[in-house]
Design a protein around this ligand. Structure first.
Ligand code: ZN
Length: 149
């Protein structure tokens, strides 16, 4: 894990430009109590791409308390989550080819981390976005606000 983090930091250092560049990544932690610790992600429009790291700080396996992070328009969270419940863990519980999904991470269990990177230009002005966990039954409480400014 540490080596991977260093590699990501190294890549940002090389390609991120000056020290004044916006922070183009964020970390969201999740736990065995079916919670995202961070309920808000703010993305600067000055970022070309943005990376969200998801950490599962619990111990339960992903078959029991799996978490992922899916980004959609806020209004799309409920239908995308409901329709994705039967898609299976191999599809991150997201319906195949669902164009409402802007980004999705793999499903992880306790002690694991993953990340998802996406283009910031995919977000429209004046639209409210959100993120949620698409593991069946989790989206009602595991959700947050995604702010692009
Ligand atoms: Zn979850």
């Amino acid at each position: 894990m540490k080596v991977r983090s260093l590699l990501i930091l190294g890549a940002l250092f090389c390609f991120g430009g000056s020290a004044m560049a916006a922070d183009c990544e964020a970390t969201v932690e999740s736990n065995d109590a079916m919670q995202f610790i961070q309920k808000e992600i703010t993305v600067s429009k000055s970022c070309e791409t943005f990376t969200v790291k998801l950490a599962h700080i619990g111990v339960l396996p992903k078959t029991v308390m799996g978490h992922n992070l899916v980004i959609t328009k806020a209004d799309d969270i409920n239908p995308v989550a409901t329709e994705g419940m039967t898609a299976g863990v191999e599809n991150s519980y997201v319906k195949a080819g669902d164009t409402r999904v802007i980004a999705k991470s793999d499903v992880i269990g306790g002690g694991e981390t993953t990340s998802v990177t996406f283009n910031v230009k995919d977000f429209q002005d004046g639209v409210t976005y959100g993120y949620f966990c698409s593991f069946p039954g989790h989206f009602a409480v595991m959700r947050g606000t995604f702010i692009v400014k």
